[in-house]
Design a protein around this ligand. Structure first.
Ligand code: FRU
Length: 433
């Protein structure tokens, strides 16, 4: 399916994450991650670090520049209460030669004036032909606003440059900041239209393959008052998460045109966060993170990685494992990790996330605020979580184990003790089970 056909399709043909899928959400061995213990040393004691993304090249490979791989992450000073971090989020980069030891590089946009009063999650692309960096981000709020607002726009900093030597890796400008997309009110809800909790229009994710150049993002889909979705129940309809897409007809990574969403979750979930794609065996795998407390009333979901599969970027998508659940936290540590990001390692998929609240098994993340401040600090990880290893066979996944905190191997680096380290991948599937 191409962009035009996607546009022509009637709304009711569009892929949906439906209640019939989400009603089946249960923890199972294959979807439950091992318990996480704190690392001996966090990535940087002075910083809280959460949403993280790898610097990739145009074709989606992990960029390796003069032997360095690079992650970008949302960060805040670690003396702040973890709950306050979203209000001051700053994108910093970290670099590594082995994917295990990470060195703090600094603020990605140092010396320039990024859009928004703070910057939320995005993605990063290094164009090897022009040796230019494109750093996509969410402009949250507006520069110099007197009071913090929750407006969200998709933005890019274009023109970044990279220098490396024996000592390290450095990103500098000149950055040109530009808004790529704003919610229009018809395909994507504006903040003013929102009747639900936690409005979303954020997390731009650059993706290119032979079918085109795309930007995926987290959004909400407008639900008109006369909608009959879930029997016309307005309380349920207030949960209206969507995964948006925009295309760049010329391949220009700084100019995108809005298209209708590729997946909606009306009456199911409000936040489909950090959407991203992995292409395997000609099938397109779409992953998002979501929270237990953003499911519509009556659905018992989890803080978890959810996934969907299709033959085309535009869908239609079907949920992996029947319900969409791919990886969640164990029942006795339900908020230990969040904000999962999947990449293809070859035999297995690897999943980065951040170490969130541990030693905390209250029913909801909202209860964190009831803890004394010292406990809020002590129980927040604020550093990368152990990398999950995931087996994938067509529409089914299975957690196979985990690597160390923040260990992000390249596809050419064999995984420790992998039963598949030396074996050829069985493209017919089935081998992992
Ligand atoms: C996920 C998330 C992102 C957002 C960021 C803000 O953890 O909600 O969607 O960009 O956190 O801190």
């Amino acid at each position: 399916m191409d962009a035009e056909e996607h546009e022509r399709r009637a709304d009711d043909n569009r892929s949906a994450w439906a209640r019939t899928h989400a009603d089946g959400l249960r923890r199972a061995d294959k979807t439950t991650a091992p318990i996480i213990y704190p690392p001996t040393e966090p990535i940087d004691r002075d910083l809280h670090l959460w949403d993280t993304w790898l610097l990739r090249t145009r074709d989606g490979s992990i960029a390796e520049i003069d032997g360095y791989r690079v992650i970008f992450a949302l960060t805040a000073p670690s003396h702040l209460l973890p709950g306050k971090r979203h209000d001051v989020a700053t994108i910093r980069y970290f670099y590594s030669r082995d994917g295990r030891e990470w060195t703090t590089g600094g603020e990605v946009f140092a010396g320039s004036d990024p859009l928004g009063s703070r910057q939320w999650a995005g993605s990063a692309m290094y164009d090897t032909d022009s040796e230019t960096l494109y750093a996509y981000y969410t402009a949250a709020g507006h520069r110099d606003e007197a009071e913090l607002s929750y407006s969200q726009r998709l933005a890019v900093g274009a023109g970044g440059t990279v220098e490396t030597d024996e000592e390290g890796f450095e990103i500098s400008g000149p950055w040109e900041h530009r808004v790529l997309l704003e919610a229009d009110g018809e395909q994507y809800e504006t903040a003013a239209q929102s009747r639900g909790m936690i409005y979303t229009f954020r997390d731009p994710w650059f993706f290119e393959d032979e079918t085109g150049t795309y930007l995926l993002f987290e959004a909400n889909t407008p639900v008109p008052p006369e909608s009959t979705a879930c029997g016309g129940d307005a309380d349920q309809q207030a949960f209206n998460g969507a995964i948006g897409i925009a295309t760049s007809p010329t391949g220009d990574p700084t100019a995108f045109e809005r298209c209708p969403p590729i997946l909606t979750a009306v009456c199911v979930n409000q936040e489909l966060e950090r959407p991203h794609l992995v292409v395997r065996d000609d099938r397109v795998y779409l992953f998002v993170s979501s929270h237990q407390h953003t499911f519509a009333p009556g659905i018992d979901g989890f803080d978890a990685l959810y996934g969907f599969v299709s033959d085309s970027v535009f869908g239609p998508y079907e949920p992996l494992n029947g319900t969409g659940l791919v990886a969640t936290n164990p029942a006795n540590a339900p908020f230990q990790a969040y904000s999962w990001l999947v990449y293809d390692h070859g035999d297995e998929l690897l999943v980065n996330s951040f170490f969130n609240y541990y030693d905390f098994d209250r029913p909801t993340l909202d209860d964190v605020a009831a803890l004394p401040e010292s406990e809020q600090q002590r129980r927040f990880g604020g550093t990368p979580a152990p990398t999950l290893r995931l087996g994938l066979s067509d529409t089914e996944t299975r957690i196979l184990g985990s690597l160390d905190h923040g260990h992000l191997p390249l596809p050419r680096e064999p995984l420790p003790g992998s039963p598949f380290a030396t074996a050829e991948r069985d493209d017919a599937g089935g081998k992992y089970y």
